[in-house]
Ligand binder design. Structure first.
Ligand code: NAD
Ligand code: MG
Length: 404
């Protein structure tokens, strides 16, 4: 145990935690659950991009050993406030520090809740350090699934999915599931999707939709990037690729099921005709609490599901014409190699441009289609293959926006 935890004796049953992206939607929900169980969880490190005010509040509440910011000016402000408040928090700055706090020897579990490709290296660092990884950052798996899964296996890390669908699938699979669907009698993974805010919007109206409309999800409150992804259903596409890596399921084994109520969080279908589902209110604190406590159960602060209030559950097939991003993601998964990393990078640039009102909502799949078509896919052998494809795709996407 490091001497950094001098203010608190090491407690045997305590889980020592790093929360990457603590100021985001998942980060805040994680701290909400943690705060309910001070006897079980102790925060060692918190990180954010540049939200120093919120990070300071979190430092006051959780008294971590480290707080990391990416932005230098924000880190300087936090340093001042921490000193003025007399907190024993070490303020760090920079990408490498994210990797450091994800792999500290005194840390047991890492919540990987940075959004986008920026989360890849720190999440991977946690895998290399053999941590229990609570993975919300699906983009890391989409970009570098094989490298990530190999790092988990080779270093004895534990990977627990936070994405509500994958957490549901994890719960519905046999406890000893080892990545062989046939051996476990699993015939299909049924990945549910709400369909987002534009599920029933007349197609011509999609041309004019604004970032505000795209971010107004009917069932979930989330960060802006994943909200736009949900509106385009790229989120579901990324989740198909995520499920492929987590559960060793092929594209054909994963069926997207549109379920507007978001009460069933996903299902597993077995060869004997059984379908096991996990249900609950749409509140990310449920999968977070599940993964934090696994294999035990703890209170998440989530209201019990009222089935009488829910009353009806509907299911429809996905509309691939309305949601071309879903098609693009399935194609990228089938192509393999660097294609999913290119899909992800092009999508990140497109979503950012849409949020900044530089391109329209319908430009998102157009941009991704063109960037993917121009990219010469190669197999992924090393992390550099992924990072190069990511950089090339971002450059091509920026060019697309300029030349449009
Ligand atoms: P968010 O935008 O609310 O928060 C992102 C966090 O990452 C913030 O703390 C931010 O400061 C930090 N961050 C952003 N850019 C960074 C950078 N370049 N370097 C370091 N840190 C950076 O996002 P969110 O909605 O909490 O989503 C986080 C991840 O969880 C995403 O990968 C998302 O797909 C996944 N996820 C989210 C939800 C949800 O309900 N919000 C559900 C399932 C999965
Ligand atoms: Mg999800």
């Amino acid at each position: 145990m490091s001497k950094d935890i001098e203010y608190n004796q090491y407690v045997a049953d305590m889980t020592y935690l790093t929360v990457l992206g603590s100021t985001g939607s998942i980060g805040k929900s994680t701290l909400d659950v943690v705060a309910r169980h001070p006897e079980k969880y102790r925060v060692i490190a918190l990180t954010a991009y540049r939200q120093d005010e919120l990070l300071f509040e979190q430092c006051q509440q959780f008294n971590p050993a480290y707080a990391v910011l990416l932005d230098e000016a924000a880190a300087a402000r936090l340093q001042q406030r921490v000193a003025a408040a007399g907190l024993k928090v070490q303020v760090l700055c920079g990408e490498q520090e994210l990797e450091r706090v994800a792999s500290l020897p005194e840390v047991d579990a890492v919540m990987a809740a940075i959004v986008g490709a920026a989360g890849l290296r720190p999440s991977l660092a946690a895998a290399h350090a053999g941590k229990k990884i609570l993975l919300a950052n699906k983009e890391a798996l989409v970009m570098a699934g094989r490298i990530f899964m190999d790092a988990v296996r080779q270093n004895g890390a534990t990977l627990l999915p936070i994405d509500s669908e994958h957490n549901a699938i994890f719960q519905a699979l046999p406890r000893d599931y080892a990545g062989d669907m046939a051996a476990s009698g699993v015939s299909k993974i049924l990945l549910t999707a709400s369909g987002g805010p534009f599920r029933d919007t007349p197609l011509p109206e999609l041309r004019q939709v604004t970032p505000e409309q795209a971010c107004a999800h009917p069932n979930w409150v989330m960060g802006r990037k994943i909200s736009v992804d949900s509106a385009s259903m790229m989120n579901k596409g990324l989740e198909v690729i995520e499920a492929h890596w987590l559960f060793n399921a092929s594209a054909d084994d994963i069926q997207v099921v549109v379920h507007p109520q978001s009460v069933i969080h996903s299902m597993v279908q077995y060869v004997d005709g059984s379908v096991l589902a996990q249900l609950g209110n749409p509140d990310m604190r449920t999968p977070i609490a599940h993964a934090l406590a696994y294999p035990q159960r703890i209170d998440a602060g989530v209201a019990p599901l009222d089935l009488f209030k829910v009353a009806t559950l509907n299911f429809v097939e996905p509309d691939f014409e309305r949601f071309p991003c879903l098609v693009l993601a399935y194609q990228a998964l089938r192509t393999g190699g660097t294609a999913p990393a290119v899909l992800n990078a092009a999508n990140e640039v497109a979503v950012e441009a849409f949020l900044n009102r530089k391109i329209s909502f319908l430009d998102i799949p157009r941009l991704i289609t063109d960037v993917l078509a121009a990219h010469a896919c190669v197999p992924v052998i090393t992390l550099d293959d992924v990072l190069l494809a990511d950089a090339q795709a971002r450059a091509a996407a920026q060019m697309w926006i300029v030349q449009r």
